[in-house]
Design a protein around this ligand. Sequence first.
Ligand SMILES: *[C@@H]1O[C@H](CO)[C@@H](O)[C@H](O)[C@H]1NC(C)=O
Ligand SMILES: *[C@@H]1O[C@H](CO)[C@@H](O)[C@H](O)[C@H]1NC(C)=O
Ligand SMILES: *[C@@H]1O[C@H](CO)[C@@H](O)[C@H](O)[C@H]1NC(C)=O
Ligand SMILES: *[C@@H]1O[C@H](CO)[C@@H](O)[C@H](O)[C@H]1NC(C)=O
Length: 391
Amino acid sequence: MSFRVVLLFLVLAVFLLVGFLHVDLRLLMPLFKDKAQEPPVTNIMFLKTHKTASSTILNILYRFSESHNLSTALPEGSRVHLGYPWLFMTQYVEGLKQDRRLQHHFNIMCNHLRFNFPEVQKVMPSDTFYFSILRNPVFQLESSFIYYKSYAPAFQRAKSLDDFLADPGRYYKANVSLNNVYAKNNMWFDFGFDNNAPADEDYVRKCLAEVEQRFHLVLIADYFDESMVLLRRRLRWQLDDIVYFKLNVRSQSTVSRLTPESQERAQRWCALDWQLYQHFNRTFWAQLHAELRPHQLTEELEQLRARQRELTALCLQDPESKNSTHVVDRNLRPYQSGEAKILGYNLRPGLDTTTLGFCQRMAMPELQHMAHLYSLQFPNKTPKAISIRKK
Ligand SMILES: *[C@@H]1O[C@H](CO)[C@@H](O)[C@H](O)[C@H]1NC(C)=O
Ligand SMILES: *[C@@H]1O[C@H](CO)[C@@H](O)[C@H](O)[C@H]1NC(C)=O
Ligand SMILES: *[C@@H]1O[C@H](CO)[C@@H](O)[C@H](O)[C@H]1NC(C)=O
Ligand SMILES: *[C@@H]1O[C@H](CO)[C@@H](O)[C@H](O)[C@H]1NC(C)=O
């Protein structure tokens, strides 16, 4: 018998054995590669979508950037976004207007922008890990309505979201203002697509394939802790890197309940977002199950929540977030918008310097945090002036 035939026999035998014994192939994986041995991922692009718990992720990335001495692509000058709602261009990044040859690359990019891969690629290293987050479009729209109530023309005249959804055509004119992007398929828009396009099958399939191709991971805000568990594994980070205090959260008094009828209308109104969400909700769970066995997932969720309780007890005066007027430290008061009452935290008094620094960064709202990183990275530039008052 020739060597090839023997080899073929052996391979067949192994396959049969694996099949018969129901051996889980995943159990054999550690023999081939030990992921824990590899260094943590430090080149990261996060597409920050709107009203999707993305401010909490921004805080995680800012903290990681500072603690690991990484560089972050921050908005230029007094800007607070990377050009949103315009498609991203490199010139929106601090330091790049002058650098025409674009020799400067960053480790982390995570501020609001409208995704534009060719431009993003110019300033991020080739091994960058791309990820984003989506939220059930019904709740995303509800949040957007309250937050951008006075900002998006489409929302201004509607008494309530139920009212708006009963007859959106009455309030929404696609081309009246770019500020209307918050009122229809806003997540679809953030990924760089046309939020007013009809949801036909081929177009949707083409766009979903593009997102699949560009992004290594799409998280789901409705399963935030599961998302953090999966993210930590993919980035090979420590537990403390992804522990968080919820940021940019509204007071329950400004969260409205939609009627079942409105929920269905919201799905139809944001049909592109709905398909985006359905697709990535499926792939999210498939990836989570491929990565962790159920008992491992339970364990890692419990670890995350236990550490969160520890840090809450260490840092916060009261685990419940407070109305902004009750937040003593100005630097921890969140920006207020529309009809949303955005909550913040008070730290426990008497913390030692190291703990205080850590706790402040955990609880710091995104505008102040951005200004803080900006001053660290560009000590010679005028610091960003942050206004937290309602527009
Ligand atoms: C970051 O830089 C500081 C000061 O140079 C240094 O002490 C610290 O060890 C560095 N941290 C990392 C993770 O490289
Ligand atoms: C909005 O403007 C674009 C480009 O100017 C045009 O193609 C599109 O048909 C317009 N949409 C509506 C709903 O008027
Ligand atoms: C998202 O996926 C989960 C798990 O499969 C499922 O239970 C849930 O209903 C999905 N959400 C929506 C809005 O389809
Ligand atoms: C915070 O504001 C909401 C809405 O105005 C109000 O209902 C609530 O009582 C306030 N909470 C505190 C602790 O003042």
